[in-house]
Write a protein that binds this ligand. Structure first.
Ligand code: P53
Length: 476
């Protein structure tokens, strides 16, 4: 018997824009994901000014889940999924983002999808904003630099809470809201906040301003969700990439401590309802003059989250950054290689114990239930002569992480709600736009060039995960 809850939410996770396709079906508008081209391993995706002819936009078709979902949910049910994490594409509900009324065809699509899940006893777990802001809101309002975004987001969130009341009870507000700590990355700024880089602006300041508006919107959404249905549970969604000091040198330790503060203050606001002490000091020293009102601070206090949703793929490492006494953290250039770890083909450090470490870190600070809503191993899969993918490397990665997750529950006493590995069915990579960087238990016949039949098939990991779920994590 494992110490996992009897009602442990085993499942899988995806995001609308990475698998649905149907980018213009049912009146859907253009999102920021629709203007990102395919990159490659080590080649950034291009963010274009609208949808331009002759460019390859892999999210437009993705794996066409929009038309295949009954077949796909059936396969999830075969694995024994108790839950399925996806997002609601904002542009299906409000195609441009600033309309007065929601789009019925979009609401209907998710109604049908959630009904299909419930048919098999699968609980939907829903992210509201997962890298798919309406592009119109970027063009017309400048994305989350604009306070008006709070209003647009609340219209979207409220429409979802009202329509799906009774069908969805687990929600998250902003996916990996803390990715934008890397404010030198145009990808992070666009996917998190719909911000385009403007050389005349201080991007660090802008990141803090946009994040503040998002955190206020998140806190308002938590309150609204509870008001509409007291059964709703709303979480934050944090990308947990613990940053270790390279050595015991005190300046390495302080650099790591300050880097952790810079990456995770978002969780402080979500969970504690207030800014940590160093941030107002930092804002003042930098003369950021942010638009943060007293009323905002009250909203943050009143809208703390019910649980911590987080992704975990890897850890990072830092040495003395030479920036004492502030130890200002530069996420783009500030990390160093951890000599104790192996790395995936994409340079992601494989560190199962880092998952347990991250869970303890959250638990020590916030003492809230946790939900691992992403974890997984991106790899190139080869279809064997027998027509099947033999992905022992993926099984190995997941097994080692589940082992650590169980220790966090059984030894550290952490209250864990569930585990949803990322990309349970192959989908478009967010970071690179690749199809061939795969995470799935289910193989989808489509490659980076966009060729393939879209046919679904079970990998070895499919049978393995089915057994894991059937034994509540006993049989790994
Ligand atoms: P891909 C960076 C670092 C950690 C997680 O990523 C990240 C990113 C952004 O690429 O994103 C999350 O597809 C995200 C998912 C994404 C998944 O991790 O680049 O929430 O949308 O697909 C995996 O391999």
């Amino acid at each position: 018997m494992t110490g996992l809850r009897k009602d442990f939410l085993w499942g899988g996770a995806v995001a609308a824009h990475q698998l649905e396709g149907g980018w213009q079906e049912g009146g859907k508008g253009i999102s920021v994901a629709d203007v990102m081209t395919a990159g490659a391993n080590g080649v950034s995706r291009e963010i274009t000014d609208g949808v331009l002819p002759g460019k390859n936009y892999p999210n437009h078709e993705a794996i066409d889940f929009y038309h295949h979902y009954p077949e796909d949910i059936k396969l999830f049910a075969e694995m024994g999924f108790k839950c399925f994490r996806t997002s609601i594409a904002w542009t299906r509900i409000f195609p441009e983002g600033d309309e007065a009324e929601p789009n019925e065809a979009g609401l209907k699509f998710y109604d049908d999808l959630f009904d299909e899940c419930h048919k098999y006893g699968i609980e939907p777990v829903i992210t509201l904003s997962h890298f798919e802001i309406p592009f119109h809101l970027v063009k017309k309002y400048g994305g989350w630099r604009n306070r008006k975004m709070i209003e647009f987001f609340m219209k979207f969130a409220t429409a979802c809470f009202e329509r799906f009341s009774g069908k969805v009870k687990y929600w998250m507000t902003f996916n990996e809201i803390n990715n934008q700590t890397n404010y030198d990355s145009p990808f992070a700024l666009m996917t998190n906040s719909g911000l385009t880089v403007d050389p005349s602006e201080n991007m660090e300041r802008l990141m803090y301003q946009a994040s503040h508006f998002e955190l206020v919107a998140s806190a308002l959404a938590v309150q609204k969700a509870h008001e509409i249905d007291p059964n709703n549970q709303v979480g934050c969604m944090i990308a947990m990439v613990p940053i270790y000091p390279l050595t015991a040198k005190p300046q390495d330790i302080m650099s790591a401590e300050k880097a952790m503060q810079a990456r995770y203050w978002f969780a402080d606001v979500h969970c504690n309802g207030r800014y940590p002490s160093w941030l107002p000091v930092h804002f003042k020293r930098e003369n950021f003059n942010l638009d943060i009102t007293e009323e905002d601070l009250d909203v943050l206090k009143a809208g703390t989250v019910d649980y911590i949703g987080f992704s975990y793929y890897m850890s990072a490492c830092i040495k003395d950054n030479g920036n004492a006494p502030e130890y200002h953290y530069d996420e783009q250039n500030g990390q160093t290689t951890n000599p104790y770890l192996e790395h995936s083909e994409w340079g992601w450090a494989v560190d199962p114990e880092g998952l347990r470490y991250g869970m303890n870190w959250f638990n020590d600070r916030y003492n809230l239930p946790q939900f691992i809503v992403e974890n997984g191993f991106g790899a190139i899969d080869k279809v064997g002569a027998d027509g099947k993918v033999h992905d022992s490397y993926r099984i190995d990665y997941l097994r080692r992480h589940i082992e650590q997750m169980k220790l966090a529950v059984e030894i550290d006493g952490i209250d864990l709600m569930g585990y949803t590995p990322w990309g349970c069915i192959d989908l478009v990579s967010a970071g690179t736009g690749q199809m061939d960087k795969r995470y799935g238990f289910i193989y989808v016949d489509k490659n980076d060039a966009g060729e393939g039949t879209l046919k679904r098939s079970r990998k070895d990991s499919f049978d393995w995960y089915k057994e894991v779920i059937a034994t509540n994590g006993e049989d790994l």
